[in-house]
Every structure is written in C-alpha cells, then in structure tokens.
Design a protein around this ligand. Structure first.
Ligand code: ADP
Ligand code: ASP
Ligand code: MG
Length: 457
C-alpha cells in the first residue's frame, strides 16, 4: 500500500487534477490511498471569508463564498463534462448552501470562534476530495470518497488539533483498509479531522502532509509520496535561490530539521509518524512526474558536502530575559519556561549566559502578555522581524571549523543568536529578516557550487 498526497498546486485546476489522476493510475498495482489538499489558495480564501463574516460583513462573506463556488463549479464542470456534472452539481450546491448558512450565522452573531473557523476552513479539503474522487472515477479509477473527519481523530485544540494516533489507526482500518483490499482507491482530504464527539477540527496550516503521514503510518504503508510543485527537497528554497539543487536522498533527521526551520515543502510534523514506522517518504513533482524526486529515509549515504540544505524561517521574535538578581540562583530557567508554557508559546532557539536568556518564538499576538508575565521575573525586551537560518547536514557531527567557515562567508552580517549542538546535525543562527535573501544566496554559493553527485543533482 502507498499513500499519495497532492498539495494545493497539484489540485489547483482541472488540468492539475487530471495530471493527478494519471499519476494515481500509474501507481495502481501498489494500491494507492490518496490524500488531497484544498485547491491552491482556497484555505486562505475561506479564512478571509470567515473573518468577513466574523466582523458582521455578511455581504462580503457571501460574495467571497460565491467566488469559491464558481471556481469549484468550473473545475468540476471541466473535469466531468456536462453529463456527469449535472448529477454532481447538486452535491456541490448543497455543500455551498450549507457554507453560506454557516457564514450567515457567524455574521448574525458577529462572533468567529476557533471552532467555527475550523468548520469554515475544512470546506477546502471536503470539496477538493469530492471533486478529485469524482474526476478519478470518470477516468476509470474505482474510487471511494472518504470523509477524513470519520478517520482522523484529534483533540479539540482548534486550528492546530493534535491527532490521537491509536483511535485514528482503528478508524482507518475500518473505513479505508477494506476499500483498498477490494481494489478501490480511497480519496480523502488532508488537513481536517474531528474530535471524538464529531466536531470538525484542522491540524495546522500546511497540515495535509502530516495527514498523509498519519494515514501512511496507520495503514502500515510501504511508502508515502508527497506530490508538490517542485522536483523534491532542494538545497534551499528555490524561490529564494534559483540555483537550488535537488537532494536525491536525505535522512529523516535532516529533513525533519529542515522542515521545522522553514522548508515549507514539508509540514514539520510529517516525518514523526513515518519515522516511528520507518516508512520512506518521497517528495515528487506533479508537473514533472518522471523526475525521481527526493527520498527521505532512516539512513542516507555519506555525503561529500558539509551540508545537505539551508532553510530560513521568517516572522520570528527574539525575547531577551535578563535578571542580575538571579545570578547563581537555581530554578530561573524553569520559571522562564513555565511562563512560555502558561501562554502556550513554543520556543525554537535558546541561548543563555549566566543571567540572560534569549529565546526565539514565532511572532504571535500572545507575545505582549507573555512579556508582561516574564517581567515579573526579570527585565524583558522583545523584538520582531527576525529570521532563523538553519544549515543541516549529518557531516557536521565530525567536521571541524564549521562555524568559522559559515560566518566567514557573511562577515558583516549581524548575528543575533547562535545555536549548535542540540541535534548535532544543524547550525542555527538568528538574523534580521531583511538579510535573509542575501545570506541564503551567499551561503548557498559557498557550500553548493560543487555538489556530491551521489546525493544531489
Ligand atoms: P503544496 O501546496 O504542494 O503543499 P507548498 O507550497 O506547501 O506545496 O510547498 C512547496 C513549496 O515549498 C515550493 O514551491 C517551494 O517554494 C517551497 N520550499 C521552501 N523550501 C524548500 C526546499 N528546501 N525545497 C523545496 N521546496 C522548498
Ligand atoms: N489546505 C491547507 C492549507 O492551505 C492544508 C495544506 O494544504 O496542506 O494550509
Ligand atoms: Mg504544503
């Protein structure tokens, strides 16, 4: 069995869905289970629609919803042709009528909660999976449309719900496995799930990759394929640096660090279920399906390059906490981290000296209240518009002089924090956000102008 996940751009229009159908067909003997994202940009648009309704702007919300309705009708019409679309149309119509009803309700009470936001946002994947399943059937595939809310069981942390793996596995075995055994291709939406009591949830932006991995692990798949719009994981974001090279093979640990520190091509949680079950993950290009992509596996071959890739994560805030009176006192770090925990703000990078601690967090609305809380312990300063740059490679473990080589390439760049050692395979530092493009270009030129042909293309 194989899980194939198609991202937003691989579902963006009728042509893309048609290509996806052909790719799925080419894998039929391996018994594919298909997980799809919403069509490109639809989740953003649904969230904008929900926000408009939340401010009481009913007309604007319904106008945005009408645009989404038209786009989905057009794509389904093009994929199915007039005959089939006539039957299918009423299904889409009732979904959009229900969405409009929900938007009217939100606008009437002028209150958008995380729970209702998830109910709106989930429509992207509910609709795209329905359309993909119908299109695949029309192209001769025996499909089964699966409602992800009946399989992916999560807690009720709306917008970033946490899956319950055991419950999910049981549901997948009951809902999805029999269809595969009967020679059908299950098609389900990523990103969405439901609580045990059936309330719709979402598992975080970009979360369809994670859904695919959860399904793969739950069904003991032989491989998980992430179909996207680039040839694989690259040595850096090809949008920032067109010279980026394809990585042919990379280890789970390396890829997980990259995903966590900004390589958007994979959702950071994707590899956890795959690692637990040792299922290889492939990143592939739906516009160039013959390219062999990137294989992510437990062990990667030795690589002559020091690094495998460079990632950058923007919209970071540095929080500096300094307390001279805490000199030599124990429990200081504990009380700092407890404050982060109380405000549910996750920390990425930490540097400490005797009395001051610098931490980075994703810039969020919770920072001012967190800082107020921390100010009870120490002096607190925070500053946004920072970025984390992370260089990853297993060769780092043994190589001497790494920091000198890296910082020698960017001698005039102001480095705000440095961290190396925690995972032994990355060197991470924090800079001003606007320096990112230049820093990435220079580092890439320095470390990837020549590449090991076994590992890169
Ligand atoms: P999808 O909609 O298929 O989930 P995403 O937009 O989430 O696709 O992820 C693919 C994008 O990730 C690429 O278009 C690329 O711009 C970006 N990206 C960032 N870092 C990397 C990297 N190291 N390798 C490949 N792509 C990257
Ligand atoms: N559609 C969701 C998003 O845009 C999930 C995904 O595409 O992975 O965040
Ligand atoms: Mg994505």
């Amino acid at each position: 069995m194989l899980v194939m996940k198609f991202g937003g751009t691989s579902m963006e229009d009728a042509k893309a869905i048609d290509r996806a159908a052909a790719i799925v067909k080419s894998r039929l003997p391996q018994q594919p289970v298909v997980v799809v994202s919403a069509m490109a940009k639809v989740t953003d648009q649904l969230l904008a629609t929900a926000r408009a309704a939340g401010t009481g702007d009913r007309e604007q919300a319904l106008k945005l919803s009408r645009r989404l309705r038209e786009r989905h009708y057009n794509v389904a019409g093009e994929l199915l042709g007039t005959g089939l679309f006539t039957q299918f149309h009423s299904e889409l119509e009732s979904d959009f009528d229900a969405l409009d009803e929900l938007l009217r309700g939100i606008a009437a009470v002028r209150e958008l909660t995380p729970r209702t936001t998830d109910m709106v946002a989930a429509n992207g994947e509910l609709l795209s999976s329905k359309i993909a399943a119908a299109a695949f059937s029309a192209r001769g595939l025996k499909t089964k449309l699966v409602d992800a809310r009946e399989c992916i069981v999560t807690d009720d942390t709306h917008a970033r719900a946490i899956p319950y793996f055991e419950d999910t596995k049981e549901r997948l075995r009951a809902e999805v496995k029999p269809a595969v055994d009967a020679g059908r291709v299950p098609v389900m939406g990523g990103f969405i799930g439901a609580t045990r009591s059936g309330t719709t949830t979402t598992i975080g932006r970009g979360g369809s990759d994670f859904s695919a991995a959860i399904v793969g692990a739950g069904l003991d798949a032989e491989r998980i394929e992430i179909w996207t719009d680039v040839d694989g994981m690259m040595t850096t974001d090809p949008n920032l640096c067109p010279e980026a090279r394809r990585i042919k093979v990379i280890s789970f640990d390396e890829a997980a660090e990259l995903a966590y520190f900004g390589a958007k091509v994979l959702h950071p949680a994707t590899l956890l279920p795959a690692i637990q079950k040792n299922i290889p993950v492939y990143v592939l290009n739906s516009r160039n399906p013959t390219c062999e992509g990137t294989r992510i596996t437990a062990r990667a071959p030795r690589c002559r390059n020091l690094f495998k890739a460079i990632a950058a994560k923007k919209r970071i805030t540095i929080i500096d906490v300094a307390a001279t009176r805490m000199l030599m006192a124990h429990g200081y770090l504990k009380s700092i981290f407890e404050a982060f925990d109380r405000h549910r703000v996750p920390v990425d990078v930490v540097s400490t000296s005797e009395v001051s601690v610098s931490l980075t967090v994703d810039s969020t609305a919770a920072i001012p209240t967190l800082a107020e809380d921390l100010a009870k312990l120490a002096d607190v300063k925070y500053e946004g518009r920072k970025a984390i740059v992370c260089l990853v490679g297993e060769a780092l473990r043994e190589a001497p002089g790494v920091a000198a080589r890296v910082f020698g390439v960017i001698p005039e760049v102001k480095i705000r924090m440095i961290s190396q050692g925690a995972s032994e395979i990355n060197l991470t530092f924090v800079i001003e956000e606007e320096a990112v493009p230049e820093v990435i270009k220079r580092l890439h030129a320095a470390f990837f102008s020549e590449v090991d042909p076994e590992v890169f293309e």
